[in-house]
Ligand binder design. Structure first.
Ligand code: FES
Length: 114
């Protein structure tokens, strides 16, 4: 990654993205075939740039191939992007990632139960 170096932030949660790419022998769509690998890279750049305590996990098929790319914010939202990798769709995901980060930070700052 280019640009100014900054101290990494320990992740509080993960965002799991299906990057499965079929060889197209069965003619089903796949998240990787619909651009999920580039989406994972884009989200990773944004998370790093904003120092959000989250990590991207590139994973296998999530069994919802017709509606991908698919991704899941750990403990929060699940997205079926239906091939929509627009800036608006990515910003919508980032809004949810930022909200989850704030929720996790608030939980971490609470006093432990007696
Ligand atoms: S290829 Fe992504 S859910 Fe199956």
């Amino acid at each position: 990654m280019e640009g100014e170096w900054s101290m990494p932030v320990a992740p509080l949660f993960t965002v799991r993205i299906c990057i499965n790419k079929r060889l197209n022998t069965d003619r089903l769509p796949s998240c990787g075939g619909r651009g999920s690998r580039g989406l994972a890279d884009a989200l990773e750049r944004l998370i790093t740039a904003e120092r959000i305590p989250a990590s991207i996990t590139r994973g296998p098929c999530m069994n919802n191939c017709m509606n991908g790319p698919n991704l899941k914010i750990q403990g929060a939202d699940y997205f079926n992007l239906q091939g929509d990798l627009s800036d608006a769709a990515i910003e919508n995901i980032m809004v949810k990632i930022r909200a989850e980060a704030e929720r996790r930070k608030a939980l971490a700052s609470q006093d432990p139960p007696p």
